[in-house]
Design a protein around this ligand. Structure first.
Ligand SMILES: O=C(O)CCC(=O)C(=O)O
Ligand SMILES: [Fe+2]
Length: 205
């Protein structure tokens, strides 16, 4: 059984105890459907671009590493469909700051679309030249996802032991939350397109 949480307090306890939390129902079905429709419309309008690997000068598109397409969110744009997401995230950040004293001041968030068969190889969400990313949070937008469709987030629970991992199903409304500098993870290929909003809460450095 996957250990899951259902309240903000439980999520904080899990984050303190284990460094990660899986929260089904973080966002309700209507809000998730709104985000998915928004993401689809913007992708159809050509606003998504292939995600790169690395940063700035080192940025490159590498199919063997990751195959997703992304669109960065702009909180200031006040898109109606994104409002419930921002509200839930703000409450989460406030609580994390009060509980873990991480001093999270800002964030960066993008929609992600994984076409059928694409993946994101095992990695850590920290760049060599930027250690501000502190908490990774991925919200999934896929209705009725079946395990057999693949596409799990594989979270490695021990950096030195590859056999110890937790597979998170990218189910609509589920939020996966983990400390960015501690957990290696990967996205497994899926037989169905896979949608999400991925974010990083950042601390001041
Ligand atoms: O979509 C996921 O489950 C994880 C995505 C991810 O690891 C990333 O974008 O850095
Ligand atoms: Fe990641």
């Amino acid at each position: 059984m996957m250990p899951t949480v259902s309240t903000l307090q439980q999520a904080m306890d899990a984050l303190v105890d284990r460094g990660y939390a899986v929260w089904p129902g973080f966002l309700d079905a209507e809000a998730v459907a709104g985000l998915l429709a928004e993401a689809r419309a913007r992708r159809e309008a050509g606003a998504f671009h292939r995600a790169g690997v690395g940063r700035a000068n080192g940025l490159a598109v590498r199919d063997q590493v990751r195959g997703d397409e992304v669109l960065w969110l702009d909180e200031a744009a006040e898109v109606a469909a994104e409002r419930p997401y921002w509200q839930a995230l703000q409450a989460l950040r406030r609580e994390i700051n009060q509980t873990l004293y991480l001093g999270l001041v800002e964030g960066e968030f993008h929609y992600a679309h994984y076409p059928v068969g694409t993946f994101y190889r095992r990695h850590l969400d920290r760049f060599r030249d930027d250690d501000a990313r502190t908490v990774s949070c991925v919200l999934y937008l896929n209705q009725d996802w079946q395990d057999a469709e693949g596409g799990q987030l594989r979270l490695y629970l021990d950096a030195t032991e590859e056999s110890k991992f937790l597979d998170v199903s990218p189910q609509a409304g589920t939020l996966a939350l983990f400390l960015s500098d501690r957990f290696w993870h990967e996205v497994l290929p899926a037989s169905r397109e896979r949608w999400s909003v991925t974010g990083w809460m950042r601390r001041r450095v």
